[in-house]
Design a binder for this molecule. Structure first.
Ligand SMILES: Cc1cc2nc3c(=O)[nH]c(=O)nc-3n(C[C@H](O)[C@H](O)[C@H](O)COP(=O)(O)OP(=O)(O)OC[C@H]3O[C@@H](n4cnc5c(N)ncnc54)[C@H](O)[C@@H]3O)c2cc1C
Length: 358
């Protein structure tokens, strides 16, 4: 027999699966546009990190809704798929963004609180979060996967990533940095916001033990303050602290949940920032999952976004001048360019010319 806490969690997961299956078995007739690929995954949770997930709850519009809005059309707005594709790509290229705002998606996301803190900075979405004032939080906290921390398995991991051909936002191969980021955990020495090196096996084990022990102990304090565990009072003589106050002793690796609704234009902006190698791994895995969903939902818009924004580069006026002069055969150097050393290095990297000093 599993311990009471584990049995309770298993039972709650079983109930959740039954509810999802019930919802998935229901069908409605509609005149609205639907997307078969999204209908196929509706309500289904995609597992992220150790306890998190993303699932699509609802969506409005498809690729043709973008065209319909752009043409302010009475009908579906479609002439031919090739016309729609050309128009969507034109709109994307020229940052004519409002037609993309006509499509919306509603997701149910379960995520660690520290990831939620980064996510919530995106102000252009609507959120309704699980209330830890009203309900007791489950004993669910994020512990990084040991294989992403320790050196022993790093080679295996890189090999595995290569075999799986890790995909970029909408399908391109992941960059080397992105591939290797998973296998890093130690503080970066060059970027205060990042991690760069791997931990030794011993250090990784110690780190994981510390995170787990601290999280377990915090949850014990939480239930002690509430004076409640498994729906029962711990000490009949005590009142117990209010839920809205007791929660403050929980660390930010505990999981929260929310419904998150956003339009396609702002979602693509979110993905460009959060499915990017500069984003923290723990939010990036959510963004990558959502990017896959977007690809199913609006494949033409997703491809256009990848081609014109994510896969493209933005040049400053001085950067453009460097490119023009180089194309004209001039061997322009950083000193002559008017760019700072950092801007120059970034430009050369964008142009695939390494950090050429010039
Ligand atoms: C790698 C990375 C590191 C970061 N580091 C930090 C950090 O150290 N500290 C920190 O505080 N934040 C940090 N952030 C958060 C970042 O500064 C933004 O707050 C976050 O990415 C949301 O971006 P956004 O405002 O463009 O998105 P959204 O809020 O979704 O807004 C989308 C767009 O809508 C427009 N918009 C929305 N609201 C307004 C408004 N009120 N006024 C005008 N225009 C508006 C803007 O054009 C905006 O780009 C980081 C983000 C990333 C990706």
């Amino acid at each position: 027999m599993p311990p009471v806490g584990v049995a309770k969690k298993l039972e709650s997961e079983r109930q959740t699966l039954i509810e999802i299956e019930q919802q998935r078995s229901e069908h409605y007739e509609t005149r609205r546009a639907t997307v078969q690929a999204v209908e196929g995954i509706l309500y289904q949770p995609f597992k992220i990190l150790d306890e998190g997930f993303v699932r699509v709850i609802d969506y409005m519009g498809d690729d043709s809704a973008i065209v319909q809005a752009a043409r302010v059309s009475y009908g579906k707005g479609t002439r031919k798929v090739s016309d729609d594709r050309a128009l969507i790509r034109y709109l994307m290229r020229h940052r004519h963004s409002t037609p993309f705002e006509m499509c919306e998606i509603k997701l149910h996301v379960k995520l660690p609180i520290f990831v939620a803190r980064q996510w919530v900075r995106h102000r252009t979405a609507n959120i309704n979060e699980y209330s830890a004032r009203y309900s007791i939080l489950d004993k669910e906290f994020y512990v990084p996967d040991a294989q992403y921390l320790e050196s022993l398995k790093e080679e295996l991991l890189v090999q595995k990533n290569e075999e799986e051909g890790q995909k970029d936002l909408f399908g391109a191969q992941a960059s080397a940095t992105q591939k290797n980021l998973k296998g890093t955990a130690a503080q970066s020495t060059t970027n205060k916001q990042g991690r760069e090196h791997i931990l030794s096996h011993e250090e990784a084990e110690e780190v994981l033990r510390t995170i787990k022990n601290h999280s377990e102990a915090s949850y014990r304090r939480y239930t002690d303050l509430l004076n409640e565990e498994g729906g029962k009072k711990i000490d009949e003589a005590k009142m117990g602290l209010a839920r809205e106050l007791a929660r403050m002793v929980l660390p930010t690796n505990f999981y929260t949940q929310w419904y998150w609704k956003i339009d396609l234009h702002n979602l693509l902006h979110f993905l460009s920032l959060r499915a990017d190698p500069h984003a923290q791994y723990e939010i990036r895995v959510y963004a990558e999952c959502i990017a896959d969903i977007v690809k199913k939902w609006v494949p033409i818009a997703a491809q256009a976004f990848d081609d014109y924004h994510r896969g493209g580069i933005h040049l400053s006026a001085a950067g453009l001048e460097v490119v023009r002069r180089r194309l004209a055969g001039e061997d322009i150097t950083q000193a002559q360019s008017g760019l700072s050393k950092r801007e120059w290095t970034e430009l050369m990297q964008m142009l695939g010319q390494g950090g050429a000093g010039g």
